[in-house]
Design a binder for this molecule. Structure first.
Ligand SMILES: NC(=O)C1=CN([C@@H]2O[C@H](COP(=O)(O)OP(=O)(O)OC[C@H]3O[C@@H](n4cnc5c(N)ncnc54)[C@H](O)[C@@H]3O)[C@@H](O)[C@H]2O)C=CC1
Ligand SMILES: O=C([O-])CC(=O)C(=O)O
Length: 327
């Protein structure tokens, strides 16, 4: 057996945490031969619930679970972390303005970023799920100056999977037949799911589905899927989010298939005209355990306008958190 890796999960007693931990125990996230030390980070008032999840995790009797611990202290939780999955966030409640949400979550991600900087393993990889995911990632990375910025990603694989599924339904094919879908921008309604470079059975997607659908209904369906799930279920996506987390981590570690790519929110280095420092979803390949932005894709006027609109929202969020002193 290889040495155990340490995985720290914030929000471990929440819906996503409750489901994800059992995918860790089964070996789906980190592989069937990797023992894991799980560190569950929760708010003080949810420690009891987190302890209950830890008891259930023990009852999974997984040979891969080397150790499970629960804490409300970020510095204890991230000590030696190889993988940090940041799910815990303050949800928007009645009467909260957008700025209140940014402020409450900004404070959480500032503290956690600083703790990761100080005590996590040197090669830590950080995946942020808690919303607003892109801006939370930017704040965490900004407070971890000793950790290379490209070790931080915001989850947009859920949006990517939603795009794959909608295209597969429209084209009447399996998602296995589809490659090179991209989600650009913010994990919000302004995101741009892009079929310009996508392939269906090796053919350009825009020769298989009609352009009006690709530029209209498709984008709206994918971008508003989170809201549609909330309206239908009375709660936000959980199982599909966990599936996307598993996809993201497995692809990063195992590599994206030749000729295909995924999407992930990355600290921009200025690629595709996205201002450096913003955390924007890009097309990405994985090799040797790292994500790389796919270079050199043509961006036509339609795509440019869509990307710019989502990037403008990211810049607004950055300005708001700067104003709050969180950057
Ligand atoms: N990026 C994406 O694709 C998606 C993001 N999300 C976001 O993921 C987040 C979590 O969703 P759920 O698990 O369904 O919510 P939830 O409310 O069931 O769980 C959140 C958990 O985080 C904990 N928490 C809050 N502040 C914390 C802190 N400072 N430290 C540690 N734990 C803390 C809470 O006590 C709670 O147990 C939400 O922000 C949601 O909007 C959800 C679906 C998709
Ligand atoms: O809006 C939410 O809280 C859930 C979410 O991010 C999504 O389903 O994409």
């Amino acid at each position: 057996m290889p040495r155990p890796v340490t995985l720290t999960l914030s929000g471990a007693a929440g819906q996503i945490g409750y489901s994800l931990l059992f995918r860790v125990a089964s070996g789906e996230l980190l592989g069937p031969d990797t023992p894991v030390r799980v560190r569950m980070l929760e708010r003080p008032d949810a420690l009891g619930a987190a302890e209950g999840v830890a008891l259930e995790l023990q009852d999974a009797a997984s040979p891969l679970l080397a150790d499970v611990a629960v804490t409300a202290d970020p510095r204890t939780a991230f000590d030696g972390a190889d993988h940090a999955i940041l799910v815990g966030a303050r949800p928007r409640t009645a009467g909260m303005e957008r700025a209140d949400l940014l402020e409450a979550n900004g404070a959480i991600f500032r503290t956690q970023g600083a703790a990761i900087n100080d005590v996590a393993a040197d090669d830590v990889r950080v995946l942020v799920i808690g919303n607003p995911a892109n801006t939370n990632t930017m704040i965490a990375a900004a407070h971890a100056p000793d950790v290379p910025a490209d070790r931080f990603t915001a989850l947009t694989r859920l949006d990517h999977n939603r795009a794959l599924a909608q295209l597969a339904l429209r084209a009447g094919v399996s998602t296995r037949e589809i490659a090179r879908v991209t989600v650009w921008g913010n994990h919000s309604r302004t995101q741009y799911p892009d079929l310009r470079h996508a392939l269906v059975g090796g053919r350009p997607a825009l020769e298989v589905v009609d352009r009006a659908w690709a530029e209209g209904e498709f984008i709206e369906t994918v971008a508003q899927r989170g809201s549609a799930i909330i309206a239908a279920r009375g709660g936000s996506s959980v199982a599909s989010t966990v599936t996307a987390i598993v996809d993201h981590v497995r692809l990063r570690r195992g590599g994206t298939p030749p000729g295909d790519w995924s999407s992930a929110g990355r600290v921009s280095d200025g690629s595709y005209g996205v201002p450096a420092g913003l955390v924007c979803s890009f097309p990405v390949t994985a090799a040797d355990g790292d994500w790389h932005v796919v270079p050199g894709l043509e961006v036509d006027a339609f795509s440019r306008a869509r990307i710019d609109a989502s990037v403008a929202e990211l810049a607004d969020e950055r300005d708001a958190v700067r104003h709050l002193g969180l950057l």
